[in-house]
Ligand binder design. Structure first.
Ligand code: BEZ
Length: 275
């Protein structure tokens, strides 16, 4: 059992689709690196609502998807339950405590757009990566994509600025940033220290068009992804703060040719093998 409270569940599959439906879609390179095989048993770390899992599910033997959000796991079970799948609520900060999972039987561990949340807590960062190493069979591969250093920098800076403007001390504002976006060199060193052979590791600047539907756009993104930062403010100041952040970002994120808004995503992607 995890020795801390379960994290507050701020997720819903619907809100995630409204503001970030592109996340499970922009995964062509990651899927190529995963190279799914019919005999593969795959552990999907931070599987969310299973929409990324769906991309490779038909090509593998079995997938266990784990995620800390009960609502996302419920959604994954509803949409993708079957003989080849299992979905479980697991706080992956404490993955090493899940002895029925961390047992050296997995051909592949995959993770898309989740590790920057899971590795946020510096005190459990390395133990989570160690658990992934332990979970794999010898020769098994850890294939991941996450935010890399500089990811969504404009949005982070805008929200931090707004919080400080509303009187939140800068240290408290910084602590509320819910992500860890490592550089290539941090990740390489961490993986090699755990005994992984790093086969691929790359950073890609990939500006990504914001969604435009109801509850989406930059505003929807900030409300959902930046919820922990907004929670440093009294409830009655949050709507105003979101509007201020959107106003600050308007010039930076808007393209002149068509008025579309683009998020400054930076991807850190890699393949690391257990020898
Ligand atoms: C990302 O996929 O890079 C990301 C998603 C949500 C919040 C921050 C980063």
């Amino acid at each position: 059992m995890a020795d801390s409270q379960p994290p507050k569940d701020r997720w819903s599959s619907q809100a995630y689709s409204a503001s970030a439906s592109f996340v499970p879609q922009l995964t062509k390179t990651l899927l190529r690196y995963l190279d799914p095989q019919p005999t593969d048993r795959v552990l999907d770390v931070g599987c969310g609502d299973g929409k990324f899992t769906e991309n490779f599910l038909p090509s593998v033997g079995f997938v266990l998807g784990v995620d800390s959000s009960p609502s996302m796991i419920e959604s994954a079970k509803k949409d993708y339950s079957g003989p080849k799948t299992e979905f479980r609520v697991v706080d992956c900060r404490y993955l090493e405590q899940e002895t029925s999972i961390v047992n050296g039987t997995w051909d592949k561990v995959v993770s898309n757009a989740a590790l920057h949340w899971i590795l946020r807590d510096a005190s459990t960062r390395i133990s989570t990566l160690r658990a992934i190493h332990t979970a794999l069979k010898p020769g098994g591969a850890f294939v991941f994509e996450m935010g890399g250093h500089g990811n969504v920098a404009e949005i982070t800076a805008a929200i931090l600025g707004v919080l400080v403007h509303h009187g939140v001390p800068i240290e408290k504002a910084r602590e509320s940033v819910p992500w860890f976006f490592p550089s290539e060199s941090w990740m390489r060193e961490a993986l090699e220290n755990l005994g992984f052979q790093v086969e691929k590791l790359e950073i890609e600047y990939r500006p990504t068009k914001a969604t435009t539907g109801p509850d989406g756009g930059i505003e929807g993104w900030i409300r959902l992804m930046g919820a922990q930062m907004l929670e440093t403010l009294p409830e009655n100041e949050r709507d105003g703060a979101v509007k201020e952040a959107c106003d600050i970002l308007e010039t930076i994120l808007t393209r002149h040719e068509d008025g579309s808004k683009w998020l400054g995503y930076v991807r850190l992607r890699g393949v690391a093998r257990k020898s």
